[in-house]
Write a protein that binds this ligand. Structure first.
Ligand SMILES: [Zn+2]
Length: 351
């Protein structure tokens, strides 16, 4: 088969698209003929070796969709020809957290494409439990762009922050993958949604996703803008996946008794925290990562029925994977970048 892979960590120069041994399936695995793979920032971090996968050469890619071509002897839910979406979370099923139904807290939690080989290849061997049936009316490209960011956003807002209709929710970096999903989820719950982005074009996109208030963080401090828009009160929930560059302002933008929820720190991992702000305002600071199988099912059902719309910015042949990574790193535009095996790539299809 052809696969995207790299033999060492580094710049986009290490990315190859070439012949690779076909994967072999275990008894509980399914061989998927991959039709589309969604890119995430995680792919960039892993390419750079932060974190390093268990084995090189590494095939990246956590998100994908395709058609089942072969099933292991103990597989019961799928058969050849089924359309499927890949859910990248791997868990042991036996530890105390898995037994409580908190699989994303698993002591051995791993991800396809990060710790082990991913799905940005013509064929991928995926555990049966990591596949979701893809309805006929949803195309592979849209489906492949959704699982990672939508489950992450759903767990952050619904399970961890427990947003209510009466809440005001600030989403930082609202035009990115997690950002645009969080805006849609909060708006769908009836929350008042505040969104930040770096350009008018990106803010217009956040507005389309359901944001009520738009803040260009290049032109004003977003915490000052929040105070003006809320008569000094602040917002109930802040979604901060930016980290060092925004942390202090996020604490400032939260209302008394407010919540900050984080799933990432793309700008840096060690901001200073003013502890008196935390206790005086009685803030809740919550971490969140990925989602449980139940949460994945819940949010993907809403992607499939059109409640949520993943935005796809560009579809590239897998041989242009370096350009895909560059688009993510430069933070130009908005929406997901999706790659398609060169043998299936038809540019006219993705206009
Ligand atoms: Zn476990």
């Amino acid at each position: 088969m052809k696969a995207i892979f790299y033999e060492e960590h580094g710049s986009t120069d290490v990315l190859q698209y070439d012949d690779f041994d076909d994967p072999e399936i275990g008894p509980e695995e399914v061989l998927v003929d991959i039709k589309a793979g969604g890119l995430n920032h995680l792919d960039v971090w892993t390419r750079k070796g932060m974190p390093s996968p268990e084995e090189l050469p590494h095939i990246p890619g956590s998100d994908g969709a395709g058609v089942v071509s072969e099933v292991g002897e103990r597989v019961t839910q799928f058969e050849a020809g089924d359309r499927v979406v890949v859910e990248p979370g791997l868990y042991c099923g036996e530890c105390e957290f898995c037994r409580k139904g908190e699989e994303s807290l698993c002591v051995d939690y791993k991800m396809l494409g990060e710790h082990v080989r991913g799905v940005h290849s013509e064929l991928a061997a995926v555990p049966e439990t990591n596949l979701i049936e893809l309805p006929e009316h949803v195309d592979f490209v849209t489906a492949a762009s959704a699982p990672l960011v939508f489950q992450t956003s759903w767990r952050m807002l619904m399970t961890r922050a427990e947003i209510q209709q009466s809440d005001s929710v600030l989403v930082l970096g609202a035009s990115g993958g997690v950002g645009h999903a969080c805006v849609q989820i909060a708006a769908n719950e009836g929350c008042e949604v505040f969104a930040t982005a770096s350009s008018e074009e990106k803010l217009a996109h956040a507005e389309e996703c359901g944001a009520d208030h738009l803040i260009n963080y290049e032109e004003e401090d977003f915490d000052e803008a929040i105070k003006e828009l809320t008569d000094g009160r602040g917002v109930d929930v802040v979604v901060d996946h930016i980290g060092e560059a925004t942390w202090d302002n996020s604490l400032s933008a939260a209302a008394r008794g407010g919540t900050i929820v984080t799933c990432g720190a793309t700008s840096g991992i060690s901001p200073e925290t003013n502890i008196p702000t935390v206790f005086w305002k009685q803030l809740d600071i919550l971490g969140s990562t990925m989602g449980t199988p139940g949460e994945v099912d819940e949010v993907m059902t809403k992607v499939f029925d059109g409640t949520f719309e993943p935005h796809v910015r560009e579809v590239l042949p897998m041989s242009e994977i370096a350009r895909g990574h560059e688009m993510l790193e430069s933070r130009e535009g908005f929406g997901s970048v999706v790659v398609v095996p060169d043998s299936d790539y038809d540019p006219g299809e993705y206009e």
